[in-house]
Design a protein around this ligand. Structure first.
Ligand SMILES: NC(=O)c1ccc[n+]([C@@H]2O[C@H](COP(=O)([O-])OP(=O)(O)OC[C@H]3O[C@@H](n4cnc5c(N)ncnc54)[C@H](O)[C@@H]3O)[C@@H](O)[C@H]2O)c1
Length: 356
């Protein structure tokens, strides 16, 4: 297979610590172009990784016809606009989450992908975690066979903690200032709630996206109840995901690791999984399966190979699946649902706050 010729937009934290090292170490991928508006920083990163072409903006990079696909990590309200322009310029795109911060913005990005016939993958790396792949397969198996009875309930708990884990990958710095990003939050959200909406969405888009995938719920998801503190962040939200009650517990904890786990209950057992701290390399999610009944057994399946990194696997998946006609596992169309759910949650939350 001909190598995939890639361009990269942005030389910030995620680019230098995660994505550029990953893409440059995949043999079927060749990173031939880099764009960074902070040109001194761009030059440093270009030299360090030996990338042939450097541009100032994504618009300039998109004019390089040899570049087949582009990866983007920028400010979370800005990167969706960059991705849309790249799709319109005829490039396949990998972008960091969130794809968009409003349904309106998300719909425009999905339309750009449809109109250009180019694919967009959103970086929900948890869907590429080898432990989470076991969780999803086990849930599907148990629902199919009925061996643990009916699936009764699911919960995701995410209080955060230290996600960087002293990752010591080299990082170039600069005194150049970052470009300003447009605020693209939904019009109907009053000014005072915009930053908490963005903070909540930015963090928990991962969790909702993961639970929908575990439960194979697609777009068949609605918000049943919202109980958040005045900060618009800590609390509990209850969803109906494909007929299953799912709770999302959110908040902060000062913790040296990453406090996140998901538990999917059946009548006679459960599948429980603990997320690794995000940047702790080569550590997949842990998985526990409990089977009640006469055996009363707990097993802890381990992925093969045992040690892998979700971000590395998402990059490999992007390169391997770019040219096939199927949508990505974390496609633009699928992610539209996550964006809708955040608007739905905040619609209820703001109405509650205003009626107090
Ligand atoms: N998947 C995860 O677990 C995870 C974790 C952290 C952050 N993120 C996401 O990653 C994204 C990037 O975060 P970051 O901390 O790396 O950002 P950052 O601000 O450090 O880097 C963005 C870079 O893009 C450059 N840039 C902006 N517009 C540009 C343009 N048009 N052309 C070229 N360069 C441009 C900026 O100058 C900056 O250097 C965020 O949207 C965030 O949501 C995801």
């Amino acid at each position: 297979m001909e190598k995939m010729r890639l361009g990269y937009i942005g030389c910030g934290f995620m680019a230098q610590k995660v994505h550029i090292p990953n893409f440059t170490s995949i043999s079927d991928c060749e990173l031939i172009g880099l764009a960074e508006v902070r040109s001194e920083l761009g030059r440093k990163v270009q030299n360090r990784f030996g990338i042939p072409h450097l541009y100032r903006t994504h618009i300039e990079l998109a004019q390089n016809a040899d570049i087949e696909a582009v990866a983007v990590s920028a400010d979370f309200a800005l990167q969706g606009e960059i991705a849309k322009h790249l799709l319109q310029a005829g490039k396949h795109v990998f972008m960091e989450k969130p794809m968009a911060v409003s349904v309106e913005q998300a719909a425009a990005i999905v339309a750009a992908s449809r109109e250009s016939g180019k694919k967009l993958m959103v970086g929900y790396m948890k869907r590429y975690d080898a432990g989470n792949e076991i969780v999803k397969a086990k849930i599907a198996q148990f629902r199919e066979t009925g061996e643990l009875g009916r699936l009764t309930y699911a919960r995701n708990h995410g209080f955060g903690g230290d996600w960087v884990c002293n990752l010591d990958t080299q990082m170039d710095g600069t005194d150049e200032s970052k470009p300003s990003a447009p605020v693209k939050t939904p019009e109907w959200i009053p000014e005072q709630w915009r930053s908490s909406y963005l903070g909540y969405l930015q963090q928990y888009t991962h969790n909702i996206n993961l639970m929908r995938w575990f439960l194979d719920a697609g777009d068949n998801v609605s918000v049943k109840a919202v109980d958040l503190d005045e900060n618009g962040y800590s609390g509990v939200v209850i969803f109906d995901m494909g007929g299953i009650r799912v709770t999302l517990e959110t908040g902060h904890v000062s913790h040296y690791r990453w406090d996140e786990h998901s538990q999917i209950y059946f009548e006679n057992g459960w599948v429980h999984t603990w997320a690794p701290p995000l940047l702790l390399k080569n550590t997949p999610a842990e998985v526990e399966i409990y089977r009640a009944g006469t055996e009363q057994e707990i097993t802890r399946p381990i992925p093969k190979p045992s040690w892998s990194w979700a971000y590395r696997r998402e990059a490999e998946y992007f390169v391997a699946n770019l040219r096939n006609p199927e949508p990505f596992r974390s496609s633009a169309e699928d992610t539209l649902t996550d964006v809708r759910l955040f608007e739905d949650i905040y619609r209820i939350f703001i109405a509650q706050q205003e009626s107090r």
